[in-house]
Design a protein around this ligand. Structure first.
Ligand code: F0G
Length: 481
């Protein structure tokens, strides 16, 4: 939700009140420098005690509602046949319109099962964009991920409302080239995370479906941010302004054949699921659930999480919940844009994304500008963001770095966690960093794991720019800031 003030400015407005809080600490800049050095300039390796605002992710970090917490108290711990499962199944049926449900412990567990059952060696897997865990699972199963986005997707500065759309013409070409039998499925990520939380339109999804249906190919939605994608359709797509979030989600799911998701985002709880109305897909997946996750009625989630998810699935369809993060992201992006900071536009779901290649034009991509920017932002603010660039890409089979399409610093806005003054603080410090960006240099790896290296890799600054940046910050704000 947003409201227009009498001075004409539109601001996000919280349709909730905060009654449980978690204390945070803003440590002085020298301590922040020491912390990031200890973390190998990788924000994943920081500890909470050193972080002021945790904008690493919106995954599992959202504020739960009173009703979610209350539901956890009445969960049914039965190993098999848990009533909690049936509550979740009812919620998924009501919101998604899907009758078959497989709970899993989180999104990547769903990807693991889908890869195991549907991706064969030599297959191709077309999608609007990859996510890190998605690509890892589908490629480990022998598939090749093909990203067939539209020409607008990778333009960080854009007014295109649906940068998450898939290029339908290219999809036809892929099917003609490889043959429908080699296409595991087509995956549409509801707001493409790695290109800035950008939605697809229902018009595009229907056009994709027309192609997949013609060739008998499954159309799958990654619905981790489904309520945000629906929120953007409501705001941006002609004919949807008066539809409810539930109606839009139902229309997406009627168009698709199957949906999987990480519950940690839109549903505000640890967990995930795969849901469908297609009995044969369900039956192909089902035997593997107890092997890898847990019995059919819990699938690796605790009964408490299942209860909270049953509530979360319904609550995410309330307009003010679906837009809780999106409206703050919009405000954040617009303020930074006004200050000349290169941000991804239009504002997407989940996070404000800063274009590190435009922010740090003097840092070559081989020196990981987005990683450097994430570390620099932490030093000057205590805000932990995430690198979404070449560090998040693993090396190719020959050991070469794979330059990412985009080098982004992601500053996630978990739902209902931060206040306006937090956002104003973040805007101010990022703008200060922009004014002092010449001080920021690149990074190089000193320890590099072979898979998903961004999680545990350690890097070092090229030169002593961390210390010089901290010194300039101290000169401007004082050692205690
Ligand atoms: N799909 C999408 C679109 C995601 O954003 C994520 C996770 C996953 C799948 C995997 O789900 O974490 O529950 O296993 N995104 C997190 C993030 C990690 O920080 O954006 P998971």
């Amino acid at each position: 939700m947003s409201v227009r003030l009498s001075n004409g400015r539109e601001i996000p407005i919280e349709m909730h009140k905060i009654r449980i809080v978690q204390k945070v600490r803003l440590s002085p800049v020298a301590d922040r420098l020491a912390a990031i050095e200890e973390a190998g300039y990788n924000t994943f390796l920081l500890r909470t005690r050193d972080i002021f605002m945790d904008m690493l992710t919106d995954s599992g970090t959202n504020a739960m509602s009173d009703n979610q917490l209350a539901a956890m108290m009445v969960s049914d711990d039965a190993y098999a046949g848990s009533e909690s499962f049936y509550k979740l199944a009812d919620a998924v049926k009501d919101v998604f319109g899907y009758q078959y449900l497989l709970p899993v412990h989180q999104g990547r567990a769903a990807e693991h099962l889908l890869a195991k059952v549907f991706v064969k060696p030599g297959d191709v897997v077309p999608m609007n964009y990859h996510f890190t865990t998605t690509k890892a699972h589908f490629e480990m199963a022998g598939g090749k991920v093909l990203e067939i986005y539209t020409s607008e997707a990778l333009k960080t500065e854009s007014s295109c409302p649906f940068k998450g759309n898939l290029d339908v013409g290219k999809l036809e070409e892929v099917i003609a080239r490889y043959g429908a039998g080699k296409v595991s499925f087509v995956r549409m990520e509801a707001t493409t995370n790695l290109v800035g939380g950008q939605p697809f339109s229902l018009e595009n999804l229907r056009a994709v479906k027309a192609v997949t249906a013609k060739h008998g190919i499954m159309l799958m939605v990654d619905g981790s941010l489904i309520s945000e994608n629906a929120y953007f359709i409501r705001q941006r797509e002609a004919g949807y302004a008066n539809k409810s979030i539930t109606e839009i989600i139902r229309e997406i799911m009627e168009t698709a054949d199957l949906c999987y998701l990480s519950g940690r985002k839109s549903c505000a709880v640890r967990g995930g699921f795969i849901a469908t109305n297609n009995k044969s897909y369900f039956e192909a997946l089902r035997p593997w659930l107890p092997v890898y996750e847990g019995f059919f009625t819990y699938g690796g989630m605790s009964s408490k999480e299942i209860e909270a998810m049953a509530v979360g699935v319904r609550e995410m369809t309330e307009t003010e919940v679906a837009g809780a993060s999106a409206e703050f992201v919009k405000y954040f992006v617009e303020r930074l844009g006004e200050k000349g900071v290169p941000v991804v536009t239009p504002p997407g779901g989940l996070a404000c994304h800063v274009d590190a290649m435009r922010f740090l034009p003097h840092v070559p991509q081989s020196q990981y500008p987005a990683g450097a920017l994430a570390a620099a932002a932490f030093i000057v603010s205590g805000i932990r963001g995430m690198e979404r660039g070449s560090i998040s890409m693993d090396r190719d089979g020959d050991g070469n770095d794979v330059p990412s399409d985009l080098e982004l610093l992601r500053l996630a806005v978990p739902r209902r966690v931060f206040t306006m003054s937090h956002i104003e603080y973040a805007v101010d410090r990022v703008a200060w960093l922009m004014a002092n960006r010449d001080l920021v240099g690149g990074l190089s790896f000193i320890e590099e794991p072979p898979v998903l290296r961004f999680f545990a890799g350690r890097l070092a600054p090229i030169g002593d720019w961390g210390a010089r940046l901290a010194a300039k910050f101290t000169a401007d704000f004082g050692a205690a800031s």
